[in-house]
Design a protein around this ligand. Structure first.
Ligand code: NOJ
Length: 722
């Protein structure tokens, strides 16, 4: 449909129709199934039936048959036959579940993430969906916050690459193409920094911090073509993001040129009243319209106020039309006017959902996302002897993680089953009761009996962690230790002389210091998804050599949070003097337990010989990486840069590029990075983007702590490419 037709359609709409086009409800409401499954007072909005069936989009429906019927029913009643948009939270899988995004970050492999997102898109499209509320590009530094699992971690560069890869995977060339869906990057902006890690809490940061760390990943998703943006629940500079002109008009639309649809988060428009920036619904609606916020999710402010606001001259018809036209254009981009069902196809659902090809991708993604944190010769498991398996994640399919959509924990292989296939009779299990649902955090106390049950095993795998329901939205925690009985189990097995291999399932970095000494090996498995158990078994048994590197630092203790690698230096850096008047704690080092970018392998890598060179105007860094061990394996070569002195403080290092490499024993590779102007640039005090001549430290290494450094001088006018 051409743009003129869109404009005609918009011009022909009544104000009521426009307001409902700008309102997103749940499909259950249309069918009167659960009018109250809602947070907040949506019930009080009292939409009538006519309004309900004029809503422009619905939240969270799924299934080809259901969505075909819903669209059919809708189009029967719709005066202008404008198709309904179906949006849902397909965060890391529809039925075939990929590892959680925090784990995907650990692959340092955007190509693989793109592939995984394409699988997610293919399944979602066949099930009739048009839009996914992903990627979540919120930068995270505080593992107390439950939603760190949905992010790709603490680094703007990694987060941005992954968000862009996911957008490409979902949308392909065009979200309207077969098997593709539109991506909605969220939560714009800075939702990842709630004070105290407490969900939905206030966010407060300087403009510089916002620019340096929090904004870049959303921008990368938008550069990759994300069709929608979701606002965040929090405030930014004392204004809720949902009505922030700074964020939505100035940064998103003017600076970044975003022309797509902006949607609020759930009931966030109405929540402006709780934020106390709107005395009533009228003021809330007015502010969001002025900010150019197109779709209100799950509250009725637009539906209830646009008419009065217009009559009172508080908003203009042009402002409303701007929003409506963007929504219609999205529907057009998805091809819905020609084919309102898009790819919804029951037959294809049967063939595609959970098919072997998708499970294979999930297994590859899971293997690459796991991080070997410690290994004192315990892994891979040897060829002989009994192997013990214990812990709440030993015999459960609950490995999918939050937001697992239509994932099937009941069909998901457990670690016990996957290991049984590889180890047969060698496997012995004890104390494998999974976490009980319903508020009971701990697992049964059975440490001594477990040790007794595993007495014939020289090596014991403890599959431990946190239950899925303690991660994700509304799941902040103040205690990040393993539950008491899990810690007891590890201590008991160690005390009984076993070699303990801890396999950790979690949605966040946990505080594992208290058990680390007692473990001979630790594998961070995250929530690895539908093929997660097989992936863990592949690694434990040595058929896959772990290659994941941390996307988020592991704290030594909760008191250290936030702990992250790319901090600004202080006037009294810890390493400067040997006295105590430097930044630090009396009872704990400043460094994390495991730093960003860290990850071991079953082989050894050496990364050295960093050379910086100019090729004409082009600055290049080149470093040699060699596999010095006896197995083939993968690692991540990381490039960090520090601006030694600038007009505003700069982080002690910033990841600017990375390369995942796989090498055979004794194989060596020269890894080259081009250092672009952008990599030396930042927003200065006037918020101007650019670089300043002077000294820069160029660093390479296999994690963010152990790096080789060369200092270079980049003079003014060094050329187009710095
Ligand atoms: C609230 C969450 O913050 C957001 O991430 C999600 O997309 C919406 N609910 C819709 O489910």
């Amino acid at each position: 449909m051409d743009r003129n037709r869109i404009l005609e359609l918009a011009a022909d709409m009544t104000l009521e129709e426009k307001a409902m086009q700008m309102t997103q409800l749940s499909p259950d409401m249309l069918y009167h199934l659960s009018p109250s499954n809602l947070t907040g007072p949506l019930r009080e909005w009292k939409f009538d039936d006519k309004q309900l069936w004029e809503t422009g989009s619905v939240l969270g429906p799924s299934g080809a048959a259901y969505l075909r019927k819903l669209q059919e029913d809708y189009l029967k009643t719709s005066r202008q036959k404008i198709p309904l948009l179906f949006m849902s939270d397909v965060i890391h899988g529809y039925v075939t579940i990929m590892p959680i995004p925090l784990a995907q970050g650990c692959t340092f492999d955007p190509g693989l993430c793109e592939e995984a997102a394409a699988v997610v898109a293919a399944e979602s499209a066949a099930a009739g969906l048009h839009v996914t509320f992903s990627p979540m590009a919120d930068l995270v530094r505080d593992p107390r916050w439950g939603r760190v699992m949905e992010s790709c971690g603490e680094d703007p560069c990694l987060n941005g690459r992954m968000a862009a890869a996911m957008v490409r995977g979902y949308q392909g060339e065009n979200p309207g193409d077969k098997g593709r869906i539109a991506a909605c990057v969220k939560h714009f902006a800075a939702y990842g920094q709630p004070e105290g890690g407490r969900e939905y809490n206030t966010v407060d940061m300087s403009r510089g911090v916002l620019r340096d760390f929090y904004l870049p990943a959303y921008r990368e998703a938008i550069r990759a073509g994300a069709a929608l943006v979701m606002t965040s629940f929090n405030t930014v500079e004392r204004i809720p993001a949902t009505c922030s002109k700074l964020l939505l008009r100035r940064i998103l639309r003017q600076e970044w040129g975003f022309e797509g649809v902006v949607i609020s988060d759930y009931a966030a428009v109405e929540e402006l009243m709780n934020h106390s920036v709107a005395a009533d619904a009228l003021e809330a609606g007015e502010k969001c319209i002025h900010a150019g916020m197109d779709i209100e999710m799950m509250s009725g402010v637009y539906a209830g106020t646009l008419k009065a606001l217009l009559e009172q001259g508080r908003i203009t018809e042009e402002e409303i039309d701007e929003c409506v036209i963007r929504i219609l254009e999205l529907k057009n981009r998805l091809g819905l006017f020609e084919n309102p069902w898009k790819d919804a196809d029951e037959q294809e659902e049967k063939e595609l959902l959970y098919c072997q090809k998708h499970l294979d991708t999930a297994r590859r993604a899971a293997r690459e996302s796991m991080v070997l944190l410690k290994n004192q010769g315990a892994l891979p498991l040897g060829e002989a002897g009994k192997v013990g398996l214990a812990g709440p994640f030993a015999c459960t399919g609950n490995l999918l993680g939050g937001w697992h959509c239509e994932g099937r924990p009941e069909n998901t292989r457990s670690l016990g089953e996957a290991l049984q296939e590889k180890l047969g009779d060698r496997l012995v299990t004890a104390m494998t009761e999974p976490f009980a649902w319903g508020g009971e955090r701990d697992v049964p106390d059975g440490a001594e009996e477990a040790a007794l049950g595993l007495k014939d095993c020289e090596i014991c795998i403890v599959a431990a962690g946190e239950p899925e329901w303690e991660t994700g939205e509304a799941s902040s925690k103040t205690n990040l230790r393993l539950s008491r009985n899990q810690e007891k189990l590890i201590h008991a097995l160690h005390a009984a002389g076993k070699r303990v291999v801890l396999v950790l399932f979690s949605g966040r970095p946990l505080e594992i210091g208290p058990v680390l000494e007692d473990c001979d090996a630790v594998l961070q498995a995250w929530f690895p998804g539908s093929a997660g158990a097989d992936a863990v078994a592949d690694i434990l048994c040595g058929s896959y050599n772990p290659s994941g590197h941390l996307s988020m630092s592991f704290p030594r203790s909760v008191g250290q949070i936030p702990v992250y690698y790319n901090y600004y230096n202080t006037g009294r850096p810890a390493e400067a003097k040997a006295d105590s008047y430097v930044t630090g704690y009396r009872d704990c080092p400043n460094s994390p337990l495991f730093p960003f970018g860290y990850g071991l392998s079953y082989t050894d890598f050496v990364c050295e010989g960093l050379k910086i060179s100019w090729a004409g105007d082009l600055l290049k860094a080149s470093v040699r990486v060699r596999n010095t061990g006896k197995r083939s394996g993968g690692t991540v070569v990381q490039l960090y840069i520090r601006d030694v002195s600038a007009s505003v403080v700069r982080p002690v290092k910033e990841l600017r590029d990375f390369r995942k490499v796989f090498l055979e024993p004794d194989e060596e590779m020269q890894v080259e990075f081009s250092i672009t102007e952008d990599m030396l640039s930042f927003y200065d005090e006037q918020e101007k983007w650019g670089w300043e001549p002077g000294e820069f430290d160029i660093m390479t290494g296999l994690d963010s702590e152990q790096v080789e450094t060369r200092r270079i001088f980049v003079p003014a006018g060094a050329g187009r490419e710095a």
